[in-house]
Write a new protein. Structure first.
Lengths: 115, 111
């Protein structure tokens, strides 16, 4: 299994509080992604990173920020959590063959509940 | 905007049945199509398809890509209750870092 871990695995937080989710990989893969998964929407990309300090927005980036200060860690921050951000969050990683991305490997997910 | 559409969205079959899951796509700069299985946790990788007409197989699962008609199918023969999951079809584009997911097909296999 690919070496990718997410923390925490479960979190309950109050509306308006900041929350940071961590994704850590041991594969030295170039690309890292944060997705959220909600019923009826499938997996939607929040932000992704294509290298240290290189990040970009996905389709549902409002209310989220990310940072990648080293290859192995990709942090997702909710600056001020809202109930609409209650979701399951997945981190994924993929490598580069020289021509294309490899398949993506996913972390176990973080279930976040904002009350 | 790249789009991946899966059908059906849900499917209930009996053990032993054979099922076919469909995935059509409209994308720019196609590179590969991937299939994942998701049970109650993270999606796990099944197949990557890059060439048209070449079947990928793993046990009772197989998949094939038609780049002319822009679709892929995932076949599962002799289904078992352990095959119950959401199956995700994903496009990985050339020159793009992003993965475009379909909404998934929820397969339920009943004894």
């Amino acid at each position: 299994d690919a070496g990718i871990t997410q923390s925490p695995r479960h979190k309950v937080t109050e509306t308006g509080t900041p929350v940071t989710l961590r994704c850590h990989q041991t594969e030295n893969h170039r690309y890292m992604y944060w997705y959220r998964q909600d019923p009826g929407h499938g997996l939607r990309l929040i932000h992704y990173s294509y290298g240290v300090k290189d990040t970009d927005k996905g389709e549902v980036s409002d209310g989220y920020s990310v940072s990648r200060s080293k290859t192995e860690d990709f942090l997702l921050t909710l600056e001020s959590a809202t109930s609409s951000q209650t979701s399951v969050y997945f981190c994924a990683i993929s490598g580069w063959t020289g021509r294309s991305n490899t398949e993506a490997f996913f972390g176990q997910g973080t279930r976040l509940t904002v009350v | 905007e790249d789009k991946v559409v899966q059908s059906p969205l849900s499917l209930v079959v009996h053990e032993g049945d054979t099922v076919t899951l469909n995935c059509s796509y409209e994308v720019t700069n196609f590179r590969s199509l991937l299939w994942y299985k998701q049970e109650k946790k993270a999606p796990t990788f099944l197949f990557m398809l890059t060439s048209s007409g070449i079947e990928k197989k793993s046990g009772r699962l197989s998949s094939i890509l038609d780049k002319k008609e822009l679709f892929s199918i995932l076949n599962i023969t002799a289904t078992q209750t352990g095959d119950s999951a959401i199956y995700l079809c994903v496009h990985s584009g050339a020159g793009s870092y992003q993965l475009t997911f379909g909404k998934g097909t929820k397969l339920s296999v009943i004894p």
